[in-house]
Ligand binder design. Structure first.
Ligand SMILES: [Zn+2]
Length: 311
């Protein structure tokens, strides 16, 4: 059994990262990542701003993390960015697999060492994914294949479980697909909340922890892609009401409340939090016209609301 001499550093990094995610949520700003973590009284870095493949100098053989190059300003991650079959494609640093950085990932593959992947969502914002494993090297495409283990799991020491290689490959292929789906949702939420200045489109409520990116056309619809013009930033209450067709949005952006709710009388949540918005325009819209809800999506969704409302 090959031994990973850098195991204790890996465990310290992943433990610290779990704490950051608990504290800050599923996406981290570069400032949070750059602050690093403590290992035996020293501050070590998780990643390096300029380099994709990173290891602290205390690591002797393989790498600690990989990081996507930052997407260009205004550009969004799309489905096409993520190949759907084997895994994530991660480009060599330079051309040569024998290069200093690439050699560290080849070694990580030999050791089956769990790495951290800082996946770029927008400039300065990353979704950390762990554990990930280097599952292949493509010398022609000059890239590595990166597979994901069970997301966010406590990493297990190599050899601590019965690793049937074929079973492991299948399992990682499955979890990689799941992780990619989750990444789309993470990116969607990030972009939508950003476009709406971290506020609810109905009531302008400003706490990120209580905001969702709602789909206008549901994501089971083929057109219901996780893209900003199909999204609305909504607080938990208004998201729930929107999904239950208790709150509708007309194509011109005016809010309607279902009649069955208008006929009820109750405390302030119903009276002010819901009925109070009937006939009012949306409280906030994205500054960029291209990010505003697509009118034909609103129209289609509103037709569904009306059908429910009138039935
Ligand atoms: Zn709201």
């Amino acid at each position: 059994m090959t031994q990973d001499p850098d195991w204790p550093i890996r465990v310290a990094a992943i433990t610290a990262l779990q704490q950051r995610v608990r504290q800050y949520g599923e996406v981290l700003s570069w400032d949070v990542i750059d602050a690093g973590f403590t290992y035996r009284g020293e501050t070590l870095h998780f990643a390096n701003r300029a380099r994709g493949i990173f290891w602290p100098r205390q690591m002797s053989e393989s790498a600690l993390s990989i990081k996507t190059t930052v997407p260009r300003q205004g550009r969004e991650a799309r489905y096409d960015d993520l190949p759907s079959d084997e895994g994530f494609e991660y480009k060599f640093q330079g051309e040569d697999v024998e290069g200093r950085d690439n050699r560290r990932l080849v070694r990580a593959m030999e050791l089956d060492a769990p790495l951290i992947y800082f996946y770029g969502i927008e400039p300065g914002i990353y979704a950390p994914i762990w554990p990930v494993y280097i599952s292949g090297v493509d010398l022609t495409a000059k890239s590595f294949t990166v597979a994901s283990g069970p997301p966010g799991a406590q990493v297990q020491a190599p050899g601590s479980f019965a690793a049937d290689p074929r079973l492991l490959t299948l399992e990682r292929r499955y979890t990689t697909v799941q992780v990619k789906k989750r990444l789309h949702q993470v990116a969607f939420r990030q972009h939508v909340l950003h476009a709406y200045e971290q506020r609810c489109a109905v009531c302008r409520f400003p706490r990120r922890e209580l905001l969702d990116a709602a789909h206008i056309l549901p994501d089971r619809d083929v057109r219901g892609r996780p893209e900003v013009p199909n999204g609305l930033s909504l607080c938990k209450l208004h998201h729930g009401a929107f999904d239950a067709d208790l709150l509708g949005i007309r194509p011109d952006g005016v809010i309607e409340i279902a009649q069955r709710l208008m006929d009820e009388h109750d405390g302030p949540t119903l009276e002010h939090g819901l009925k109070g918005f009937a006939g009012k325009p949306l409280g906030i819209l994205p500054l960029l016209p291209a990010q505003r809800p697509r009118p034909e999506y609103l129209e289609e969704r509103y037709a569904l609301f009306r059908r429910t409302r009138d039935s």
